[in-house]
Design a protein around this ligand. Structure first.
Ligand code: FES
Length: 97
């Protein structure tokens, strides 16, 4: 029983989704400092802190398309603190589709 619980927990940790927010100087100064706060607040409000890994990242080399946020394998460009809420809802909300 304990083994099954551990295996289940282990599986859960493997499916955690990762958000990487660019903290390079261009993205940071163009809005990702505010977007970071919006993401942290969203994860807290939706009790996703344990299921989602949030990491700051160095420049992705896409400055002209920034601010950049990556969620899993998807890359989001020209992200604002408003559009990030729509993106997070699409990625983590319970809405179909
Ligand atoms: S600073 Fe974000 S892509 Fe370069």
């Amino acid at each position: 029983m304990i083994l099954l619980t551990l295996m289940k927990f282990s599986h859960m940790s493997l499916v955690r989704k990762e958000i990487k927010i660019c903290m390079g100087s261009s993205c940071f100064s163009r809005g990702n400092r505010h977007t970071l706060q919006a993401i942290q607040q969203y994860l807290t409000d939706h009790q996703l802190d344990r299921d989602v890994i949030l990491k700051g990242n160095h420049c992705f080399g896409e400055c002209s398309n920034g601010p950049v946020v990556k969620i899993g394998s998807r890359v989001y460009e020209e992200v604002t603190r408003v559009t990030i809420l729509e993106i997070l809802e699409k990625e983590f909300g319970n809405k179909p589709g």
